[in-house]
Write a protein that binds this ligand. Structure first.
Ligand SMILES: C[S@@+](CC[C@H](N)C(=O)[O-])C[C@H]1O[C@@H](n2cnc3c(N)ncnc32)[C@H](O)[C@@H]1O
Length: 237
């Protein structure tokens, strides 16, 4: 697949897209990144990407023309996503959906805001990382890229590793993990994990996943109940 990122800070992406899973995926030819400098789509001496807000108020607003021209030059096939705190919160289902696309284009805002015509006329999706405000869309674009790329077939060496992650097969958190040493600072690893009894280990992990989800994410628990994936009457513990 191809991921296009339109930004005023192309350098921001150089290292993160070259290391770890996003970097390995590119080396393996499973994904191509095109990072586009928004300022390359300006036509004045100062490469201006922002202007004063109509109606007054604090902060600068990113102009529509560079975004429209950047996307028109890319001529992308798939979704054009504006990263924005006004968007729908990005979830695992969005990562799955985007990972099935041939091409995804991510638009990073900055400053006070982005001219609304970008959201209305250019973007096909507006996605938020959560209910907080970042200085720019770059961190959000990187998060979306990483979450999407790790789902591409062949990117993770061990598919089971992704399949047992939180949210993958059901709206449940993944159970916690332990490694050596068995005892550390007075805390030891649950004995069942050293029993060698795979059925018991599986049951233990599933129980922890359900308990954690019910306790920490009532929204996900309600969704799992609604979809009949868990039993509301089951006695935990
Ligand atoms: C300072 S923010 C603008 C915030 C905007 N004035 C508001 O209150 O909704 C600048 C840019 O950062 C990005 N951004 C900030 N928070 C974000 C979030 N939670 N999710 C995705 N992108 C975000 C967007 O691209 C946004 O245009």
């Amino acid at each position: 697949m191809r991921i296009n990122i339109v930004t005023i800070f192309p350098d921001f992406f150089r290292d993160p897209l070259a290391i770890s899973i996003p970097g390995r995926a590119r080396e393996a030819g499973l994904v191509e990144y095109r990072v586009v400098d928004l300022r390359d789509h300006t036509h004045d001496r100062h490469r201006t990407v922002d202007g004063l807000p109509y109606g007054g108020g604090a902060g600068m607003v990113m102009k529509p023309e560079p975004f429209f021209e950047a996307v028109e030059t890319l001529n992308p096939k798939g979704p054009v996503v504006l990263l924005s705190p006004r968007g729908r919160v990005f979830r695992h289902a969005d990562a799955v959906r985007l990972s099935l696309e041939e091409e995804v284009t991510l638009l990073c805002g900055h400053y006070k805001d982005v001219d609304q015509r970008v959201a209305d006329e250019l973007a096909t999706d507006e996605l938020s990382l959560g209910d907080f405000v970042l200085s720019g869309g770059e961190v959000a674009a990187l998060a979306v890229t990483d979450a999407v790329v790790r789902l591409l077939p062949g990117v993770l060496g061990d598919h089971d590793s992704a399949a047992s992650d939180s949210f993958y097969e059901a709206p449940l958190l993944s159970p916690p993990s332990w490694t050596r040493p068995y005892e550390y600072r007075g805390r030891s690893v649950p004995d069942v994990l050293r029993s060698g009894d795979h059925a018991r280990i599986q049951a233990f992990r599933e129980r922890l996943a359900r308990e954690l989800t019910r306790e920490r994410r009532p929204d996900l628990w309600a969704e799992a109940l609604r979809r009949g994936l868990v039993d509301g009457d089951e006695h935990e513990g």
